[in-house]
Design a protein around this ligand. Structure first.
Ligand SMILES: *[C@@H]1O[C@H](CO)[C@@H](O)[C@H](O)[C@H]1NC(C)=O
Length: 421
């Protein structure tokens, strides 16, 4: 005879407790494995963990399989239009269908950079604003490699052989280099003579390709935990102990990104810049060197996204993974916007427009100098940091983006030596 245990019988209770124990251990196992940032100690272990997470992206559930959340909140609902990664700082970027969040920026973003060897003294950091020809180099991520193609000025065909780099080269035996960017130092690794001569031949001067090797730089400017008033912040940061209190140890490190791990821009603002260009020309948004391009979910969506809305965004959320980016400061623009990406030269006058070169920076000066922290630079886009728990999550083109927090006023950019207030 079959006995069905009832919950009040001793057998029933044992069975219930047993099942609950199994369920609880199952749930904890599942959640511990979903929180990659919590258990990592040591640079190498962390690198391995992130690499595994990255390799396994395809195996993870895609947001569409999870079903959509029905959230009736009033936050503005937008979408991810494009995602960009710049494996080698200041060269062309790679438009990608998905990218993995890490505290130091998207996985693989700005993990390499170039330095120019000087006759005397230390090598100097290369930036697209000073070396327009960096835009003639086109990196592409393929499997576990970065392939770099060079195109002669004005051409669209690759010229000469393609440079092949490991996404994560071994640093064993590599010479170390001191890199100081915007006053924030880090140790990097010299990728060696094969890579260096490939770049040197094309630039026409000696350069060094540096790899970060997991070594971070400290963020000296705006961070999620630092007060937003520049006056208070400036005073506090001059007092070392108090300044350190506002340093957020989880979220104050970057690779070779300039000032913050992420840069977010608004497609509507790109469209506004297009209207300032000569007839028939559209703004090439890759010049803004953003990581995330946000747009309206559809042209007719309401409430619709407007140009410069992003100036006031404080927190954006990707509901598909519950991850957030906290936007802390504005991006003050430099002459890199004037580089003609086809020729690698700076547009210097009206005559350059015939050739596709426009002084975009000048076109923004009139009404986009909206941050007193960088009072001489027009603002385009916002710098951001991943909120805690976001590391290891994947953002995909087409994902929903919600603006969940806004500031009432423009924030004030701060970075020692760079800011003006
Ligand atoms: C572009 O933005 C400026 C500044 O907000 C505004 O005055 C102008 O009307 C916008 N242009 C278009 C075509 O919407």
């Amino acid at each position: 005879m079959l006995v069905t245990p009832s919950w009040t019988s001793p057998e029933g209770r044992t069975l219930f407790l047993g099942a609950a124990t199994v369920l609880i251990s199952f749930i904890s196992y599942f959640f511990l494995n979903l929180a990659p940032s919590k258990k990592i100690s040591g640079k190498a272990a962390r690198a391995t963990r992130l690499r595994e997470a990255f390799d396994n992206i395809e195996k993870r559930t895609s947001p569409s399989e999870k079903g959509t959340k029905n959230d009736a909140s009033s936050s503005q609902s937008l979408k991810v239009k494009e995602l960009w990664i710049y494996p080698i700082k200041s060269l062309r970027g790679c438009s990608v269908p998905r990218a993995m969040l890490t505290n130091e920026g998207f996985y693989l973003d700005r993990r390499f950079m170039l330095l120019k060897k000087e006759n005397a003294g230390k090598p100097s950091n290369m930036h697209v604003s000073h070396h327009g020809s960096m835009t003639l180099f086109h990196p592409r991520i393929l499997g576990s490699k970065i392939l770099v193609v060079y195109r002669q000025p004005g051409t669209s065909e690759p010229s000469g052989h393609v440079l092949e780099l490991d996404l994560e080269p071994s640093i064993d035996g590599l010479e170390t280099l001191d890199v100081i960017m915007h006053g924030s130092p880090s140790k990097a690794y010299n990728m060696g003579s094969d890579c260096n001569s490939w770049f040197s031949e094309r630039f026409g001067f000696d350069v060094v390709l540096a790899f970060w090797g997991g070594n971070t730089r400290l963020v000296l400017g705006n961070q999620p935990t630092k007060p937003t008033s520049s006056a208070i912040r400036n005073r506090l940061s001059q007092i070392p102990v108090v300044g350190a209190v506002f340093q957020d140890p989880q979220n104050d490190k970057i690779a070779f990104n300039d000032c913050a791990p992420y840069l977010v821009i608004n497609q509507k603002s790109v469209d506004n810049v297009s209207t300032r260009l000569p007839d028939g020309m559209d703004m090439d948004l890759s010049k803004f060197r953003a990581n995330i391009v946000v747009s309206s979910p559809s042209p007719t969506a309401s409430p619709s996204l407007k140009e410069w809305d992003e100036d006031f965004w404080r927190t954006i959320e990707f509901p598909a993974t519950n991850s957030r980016i906290i936007l802390t400061g504005n991006c003050g623009r430099c002459p890199s916007l004037n580089v003609n990406y086809k020729t690698g030269t700076h547009a210097k006058s009206k005559e350059d427009e015939a050739d596709g070169g426009v002084q975009v920076l000048r076109l923004l000066q009139k009404d986009r100098r909206v941050d007193k922290g960088v009072k001489y630079s027009p603002i385009f886009g916002r710098y951001g940091f991943v909120a805690s728990g976001g590391e290891g999550q994947v953002v995909r083109v087409g994902d929903e983006v919600k603006v969940v927090e806004k500031n009432e006023e423009h924030t004030t950019f701060y970075w020692p030596e760079l800011s003006t207030a």
